[in-house]
Design a protein around this ligand. Structure first.
Ligand SMILES: C[S@@+](CC[C@H](N)C(=O)[O-])C[C@H]1O[C@@H](n2cnc3c(N)ncnc32)[C@H](O)[C@@H]1O
Length: 209
């Protein structure tokens, strides 16, 4: 091959190699970017989103006798319906916590639409990392194992007399409910935090040291 053609062929080879490297880098960036975007917008849920039907929400609030002096926390609040109903129908203040930012955006909009944005607050957060010690009422619609995992935190954080209502799931044999109500194929459980619960929380904290 003449030196001129040899040089041209070498240049073509180099350009093709550089182009391939560029394409690989671009594909890598797009893929990792996509994976990052997906993990950033889809948090790991301990419980899937299933909203409590409105008649059951009303019954949960009845069971806890929610009134205007209450501070209600819904842990895993979904679209905010329990906190919003407590604010709108009973005059209570409330906070909803959900790990999914999409749910919190919906809840904030629903509170605005219902005219209770001043009483109903919503925060993105993991319920296991949250401070709900100001609550006088806690509502839950989680799962049996998540309720049990949460139990020591409820005992530790909540004041004596705070009411806890759970839709469909109990807290295990270590914490039998004070009341159980059945409505339309659903079961509601009710507890009140007692001085014994606080002692158990202290004992558990000692054990884990
Ligand atoms: C069954 S839904 C209940 C929604 C609402 N409380 C209701 O009764 O209509 C459970 C909610 O918990 C949220 N969730 C799941 N894991 C969570 C966690 N670790 N911390 C906070 N929220 C969580 C989900 O995003 C979902 O909105």
């Amino acid at each position: 091959m003449k030196p001129r053609y040899l040089l041209r062929s070498m240049i073509h080879h180099r350009m093709a190699a550089s182009l391939t490297a560029l394409l690989i880098a671009l594909a890598f960036t797009l893929t990792t970017g996509l994976v990052f975007a997906q993990t950033a917008t889809t948090p790991k849920l301990d419980v899937p989103y299933v909203p409590t039907p409105q008649p059951i929400v009303d019954k949960m609030l009845d069971l806890a006798k929610v009134g205007k002096n209450d501070v209600l926390y819904d842990l895993g609040c979904g679209d905010g319906r329990i906190v919003i109903t407590a604010a709108k129908e009973r005059g209570a203040r409330g906070t909803g916590i959900d790990i999914n930012p999409v749910r919190i955006q919906e809840a904030k909009q629903n509170a605005k639409d219902a005219g209770v944005a001043d009483k109903a607050e919503f925060k993105v957060g993991d319920l296991f990392q949250s401070d709900f010690s100001k609550a006088t009422v806690v509502t839950l619609y989680l799962l049996p194992d998540i309720n049990r995992k949460l139990r020591p935190q409820l005992w530790k954080q909540l004041k004596v007399g705070t009411r806890v209502v759970s839709h469909d799931f109990d807290m295990g044999p270590e914490w039998p409910p004070e009341k159980v109500e059945k409505i339309g194929g659903k079961t509601l459980y009710f507890w009140k935090i007692t001085p014994e619960n606080k002692k158990s929380a202290t004992a558990l904290a000692q054990l884990s040291k």
